[in-house]
Structures are given as C-alpha cells and as structure tokens.
Write a protein that binds this ligand. Structure first.
Ligand SMILES: Nc1ncnc2c1ncn2[C@@H]1O[C@H](COP(=O)(O)OP(=O)(O)OP(=O)(O)O)[C@@H](O)[C@H]1O
Ligand SMILES: [Mg+2]
Length: 214
C-alpha cells in the first residue's frame, strides 16, 4: 500500500502547488511510482501536469486525477494500491474538502512562508491535523536570504510545534525564481538544473519527508 500525503494550508499562495509538483518529480526521479490528486477547483496542478504531459510527448510519467467532494477518499485509497506515493494538492479556504483530504493522509505537509499572515493562518490547518490524528509537517517556503525578520518569524512558527504530531521540516525552501520557471515549462527544478541550490534543497526535502513517513 502506498502512502498518501496531503499538502494543505488555508492561506492562499503559500506554495502548496509548487511544493506538490516538486515533491512529485523528486520522488519520481528517485524511482517511486507517484500519483497526483488535484482537488483544487483552480486546477493549477492539473495545468502543470497537462503541460508536462505535452512536453513528454504524451508519455506521462506519473498518474493524475482531478476530483472533488466525497470521492476524494476513495480515489486516494484506490491510487495508493498501485502507487508508492499519492500527493493531494488542496485549495485554500476549503474546510470540508481539506478535512477529507487530511483524514485520508499519513502526513499533512503545510507550506508556510515567513510572513505574519502565513504564520497566523497556519493554526487552523494544524488543528485539522490534530482533530483527524494525522501528523503535520510545516515546511518553510520562500525563505529570503538570512534576515533578522526571518529569524523572528521562525521563532513564532516554532511556538506552534508539538513534535512529533506537529513538527517543522529541517529543510527550508528558499525564495527562488527557478521554481516558477520550471513549473511553467511543465517541469521541476530538479530536472531543469540538477546542480542548482533549488534542486538540492528540494531533493533534501523529499528525502526528509520519506524518512519521516518511515
Ligand atoms: N520557493 C518559492 N520561491 C519563489 N516563488 C515561489 C516559491 N514557492 C511558491 N512561489 C510562488 O508563489 C506563488 C504561489 O505559489 P503556489 O501557487 O504554489 O501556492 P498555493 O498555495 O498553491 O496557492 P493557492 O492557495 O492559490 O492554491 C506562485 O507565483 C509561485 O511561483
Ligand atoms: Mg495551489
């Protein structure tokens, strides 16, 4: 049985879709069978996947499903039978659907930008994980080059932690233009420039999350 990972965060634009697509590629490159589930009506992950499939001349290298509502749970479990990792990308501000997606998962990955708004918006997603008894892993995303402001915000984020149920990934994702560029081309930074800092940090994050899944 494969593992189901839900990427959730009520705050819009925190990096859910960016992280989902990049983890999917990193795990695919590491030899795992990956399935994507897009439950966001915006369909950004689906657009990326369609671009990717076109770039690969129709030979998709991962499974993709776009779905909503009560069917999420069955679809994710169904995909977990034939894939190693099932990633669910969820929309912002989605109480019911996010709850279903969290309930079915082994781990909830929550991108958090070091901004006050992101930090304040994170508690409801943490609560969702607690209520559904699913471990939550916060992932710092779009971290600017070292600044005192970042340090202050990271200490605020640490106050939200109650490991192991709610933890913060050791790997931080930087603020790098390469992430958007790769996605626009239906790719990931680990394919576009394997030697880049972005590729290294994303590969490290993918390994860290697998380690946490056990
Ligand atoms: N690490 C990063 N470095 C630079 N830009 C980033 C990074 N992560 C995300 N972005 C940019 O931030 C914006 C929002 O990212 P993304 O769409 O992944 O967030 P989201 O949480 O899925 O948004 P939504 O809530 O609308 O679904 C995009 O323009 C994306 O390119
Ligand atoms: Mg999104």
């Amino acid at each position: 049985m494969g593992r189901i990972i839900t990427i959730a965060q009520q705050k819009g634009g925190a990096g859910k879709t960016t992280v989902t697509a990049h983890l999917a590629v990193a795990w695919q490159q590491a030899g795992h069978k990956v399935a994507l589930v897009d439950i966001d009506p915006q369909g950004s992950l689906t657009r990326w996947f369609e671009t990717r499939t076109a770039v690969l001349n129709g030979a998709a290298d991962m499974v993709h499903s776009r779905i909503s509502g009560w069917r999420i749970e069955r679809e994710a479990q169904h995909l977990a039978r034939t894939n190693d990792l099932v990633l669910i990308d969820s929309p912002p501000h989605a109480e019911t659907e996010a709850r279903i997606a969290v309930r079915v998962a082994s781990l909830v990955v929550v991108p958090v930008q070091p901004s006050p708004m992101d930090v304040w918006a994170t508690q409801p997603t943490i609560d969702l994980g607690k209520q559904e008894k699913v471990p939550v892993l916060l992932v710092l995303n779009r971290v600017p080059a070292r600044s005192r402001m970042t340090d202050a915000l990271v200490s605020e984020i640490r106050k939200l932690l109650t490991p192991p149920a709610v933890d913060l990934a050791k790997t931080w994702i930087g603020n790098r233009i390469g992430y958007a560029g790769a996605l626009l081309a239906g790719r990931a930074v680990t394919e576009v420039d394997r030697g880049s800092t972005a590729a290294t940090e994303m590969t490290t994050l993918a390994e860290e999350i697998l380690g946490r899944l056990g």
